[in-house]
Design a protein around this ligand. Structure first.
Ligand SMILES: *[C@@H]1O[C@H](CO)[C@@H](O)[C@H](O)[C@H]1NC(C)=O
Length: 164
């Protein structure tokens, strides 16, 4: 009889404890799964920047989410609609970040600073990481992915490599 009560108590305790343990394990796994990594796309004076000047930075956290933040200081027309995309080396759209970033264009052609955390975008934690599949630049030590951050309107398509 005593053994039966003990066994029942044991089973209740175990079943009550399991979900919490799973959650804890999950949390621990998520926190330590990815390394923190950063990357950037610089819209400088090169022709591939089009009229846009500014920077876009990428920060991957330990859970594998990536925060994209940045600002532009010129090149935008407040009357135009801009798409913000991440494309692969063949110009195929991998991620459409337009809605997430919700970039606000100001009357002087600059933008407000923007930031958004994308749970579905990672830099190098999973096999589809946007930093993977690139090479070191010929003339420097910096590494660039073959993926690009793109600013697009009907008649403009500026694409800058995502580098670290
Ligand atoms: C990207 O998203 C915006 C806003 O939702 C949409 O207007 C646009 O057509 C999309 N572009 C692509 C290439 O999916």
């Amino acid at each position: 009889m005593n053994k039966l009560i003990l066994l029942t108590l044991f089973l209740i305790t175990v079943s009550a404890a399991m979900p919490a343990d799973d959650k804890l394990a999950d949390l621990f796994y998520k926190r330590t799964n990815c390394k923190c990594e950063t990357a950037f796309s610089s819209f400088d004076s090169s022709s591939s920047s089009g009229p846009f000047r500014g920077f876009v930075a990428f920060g991957q956290d330990e859970s594998g989410s990536t925060t994209i933040f940045g600002a532009f200081n010129r090149g935008f027309n407040p009357d135009c609609f801009y798409e913000f995309l991440i494309e692969n080396e063949h110009g195929k759209v991998l991620y459409n970040v337009t809605r997430g970033l919700n970039v606000q264009v100001k009357s002087d052609g600059s933008t407000e600073a923007f930031t958004h955390k994308f749970k579905n975008i990672n830099l190098d934690c999973h096999s589809n990481g946007i930093l993977l599949g690139g090479s070191n630049m010929r003339d420097s030590v910096s590494y660039c992915s073959n993926k690009k951050f793109v600013v697009k309107t009907d008649n403009q398509h500026a694409a800058k490599k995502i580098c670290k």
